[in-house]
Design a protein. Structure first.
Ligand code: ZN
Length: 156
């Protein structure tokens, strides 16, 4: 198994900016093997991503059957993914009543909110910040202040 060396933003950048194919490939292995335990370092590397891509774009990393470049590309992809916002949609289908208004606390965007007094329906439209899927959440107040919720995905 590949043992990550002194894994830090400074070390990875120093190796990558050397423009030495062997050292970049080793740094790419470090990134791939540390992406779970050192996500914070990948986030720190994100501002240098363009520069790293530029350096490795035209380089030849060799490879017997498959090009070694794929390890370098995978490492760059992991850095890119490290700052992406997680999709929140799965939270909506947890087995407990979700109030559209309160889903803001989880990071959803509240696009509209309405209360229909005649039918005692509280209606919210929210949007997932990552995948931008919209949902309508209707809450029906029944007796004893029990609410039942209906969540429907909306397509534009
Ligand atoms: Zn989503």
């Amino acid at each position: 198994m590949h043992e990550p060396r002194n894994f830090s933003k400074e070390f990875i950048l120093q190796e990558w900016l050397s423009s030495d194919a062997y050292r970049i490939l080793q740094a790419a292995h470090d990134i791939r093997h540390s992406c779970i335990t050192h996500k914070d370092i990948l986030i720190e590397l994100y501002p240098s991503l363009e520069q790293m891509e530029y350096i490795s774009r035209t380089m030849d990393f060799g490879g017997m059957i498959l090009p070694n470049k794929r390890f370098v590309d995978k490492a760059l992809q992991l850095i890119k993914k490290s700052i992406e916002k997680p999709c929140l949609c799965s939270l909506l289908f947890e087995p407990f009543n979700q109030n559209g208004h309160h889903m803001q606390n989880f990071g959803f965007q509240l696009l509209s909110e309405d209360y229909d007094t005649d039918f005692m329906v509280h209606e919210c439209v929210i949007r997932c910040p990552a995948c931008r899927q919209k949902y309508k959440i209707e809450e029906y107040n029944t007796c004893w202040h029990m609410t039942s919720t209906v969540t429907t995905p909306i397509n534009d």
